[in-house]
Design a binder for this molecule. Structure first.
Ligand SMILES: O=C(O)c1ccc[n+]([C@@H]2O[C@H](COP(=O)([O-])O)[C@@H](O)[C@H]2O)c1
Ligand SMILES: Cc1cc2nc[nH]c2cc1C
Length: 352
């Protein structure tokens, strides 16, 4: 393994078991029948264990949207033209995208990292450039990335996670933007799960059933071309992934190593979370799945990670938007945990 990849071997941080036990003990003292706040209780206890504190919080949220184009778009696997990636980067910068609005509502910090688009966006406020080329190569012809590009994309994610940590984030959200990236994510998921393309390919931005059938043949061609190299997660990521998927993977893994809770978004983000877990088993302890994406293949990923998503709203936008939508749930779970009176404080009688 090259020196640039050695950081991938750093194990995930350990959850704080004594903070978890204290949080569990507090939950049963609060003025409610034990368990009556359902998964909100689990969420607060999990955050307490992740943050090593009796008072978990999700106040300071750091969102990073990674953007990149995909050579495989040439195969006609998206309902939208490839220029939309760069156009949306400009929309992020101007504050008009869904994630821009959500970040404002939450008072969250929003960063955009452009890893390489077919159309150059030039210098934009709030957009960091990490130019790896005008998108990945078409992975039905060869690997999506060369080793150097994949290493740099992983590192870009790691650096974004480190900036979030330095800024004092309570929670990290990684988002993505890349026309064609549901094809890349599905191909990567097929490789990681040894699953057929039918199980992971879906409409993405809105393909017709015929479009999905074509997408499946494209993924099959890629899996067949790269079949002897898909056993190692790094190689699978490099060959059929994408710049932004690799950056998300690096960001998530770095969060797990630093002990920073991650709120995972939809289909593409969950594939990156699974890749991070495959690179460094144990990373999954630091991931909260925010929602069940409407992209049908998401179900397989949720099952593989073994984490139930918090929400099911039919979202399929990406950008980190679903994760942002789940933040108020985290905040209220923490506030309930931290601020509710105990039976003793409120002089309420406990159960028989
Ligand atoms: O996050 C999801 O679950 C999700 C599901 C479908 C599509 N997307 C977004 O749509 C884009 C990729 O769709 P496509 O059809 O071009 O592969 C990309 O920018 C993603 O952010 C996102
Ligand atoms: C308009 C548009 C916005 C998006 N945001 C994330 N993926 C997207 C795809 C499209 C097509």
């Amino acid at each position: 393994m090259s020196q640039d990849l050695e950081w991938l071997n750093v194990p995930a941080a350990r959850l704080d078991e004594s903070a978890r036990q204290n949080a569990l003990a507090r939950q049963v003292r609060l003025t409610k029948p034990p368990g009556a706040l359902g998964r909100l209780e689990e969420l607060a206890v999990h955050l307490a264990a992740m943050q090593g504190t009796e008072q978990p919080r999700a106040d300071r949220v750091h969102i990073v949207v990674f953007a990149g184009d995909h050579g495989v778009a040439a195969e006609g696997i998206s309902a939208f033209p490839q220029v939309v990636t760069a156009e949306m980067v400009k929309n992020f910068a101007r504050g008009g995208a869904a994630i821009s609005v959500a970040a404002r509502v939450l008072g969250a910090r929003l960063e955009v990292v452009n890893l390489g688009t077919v159309v150059d966006t030039g210098a934009l406020d709030g957009v960091t450039r990490c130019d790896l080329g005008p998108g990945t190569a078409n992975f039905v012809i060869g690997p999506a990335m060369d080793e150097h590009q994949c290493v740099r994309a992983l590192a870009a994610g790691r650096h974004a996670a480190e900036r979030a940590r330095l800024a004092g984030a309570d929670v990290f959200i990684g988002g993505e933007m890349g026309i064609g990236n549901t094809t890349a994510a599905a191909a990567l998921a097929c490789a990681l799960l040894s699953a057929p393309a039918e199980a992971l390919a879906g409409p993405g931005t809105g393909l017709s059933p015929d479009g999905v059938a074509h997408k499946i043949t494209v993924i099959d061609r890629a899996l067949s071309l790269h079949r002897d190299h898909l056993g190692r997660p790094f190689e699978a990521l490099r060959r059929v992934g994408g710049f932004e998927i690799a950056a998300l993977t690096g960001g998530y893994l770095s969060c797990a190593q630093m002990g920073l809770p991650v709120l995972v978004d939809g289909f593409i983000s969950t594939v990156a979370a699974l890749t991070a877990e495959r690179l460094r088993p144990g990373a999954v302890d630091w991931f909260i799945l925010s929602h069940a994406s409407a992209e049908p293949g998401h179900r397989q990923l949720v099952q593989a990670l073994g984490i139930p998503p918090l929400l099911d709203l039919g979202l399929r936008l990406g950008e980190g938007s679903g994760a942002a939508v789940a933040v108020p749930l985290l905040r209220i779970a923490c506030a309930l945990h931290n601020q509710m009176a105990t039976f003793a404080e409120a002089e309420v009688s406990e159960r028989h």
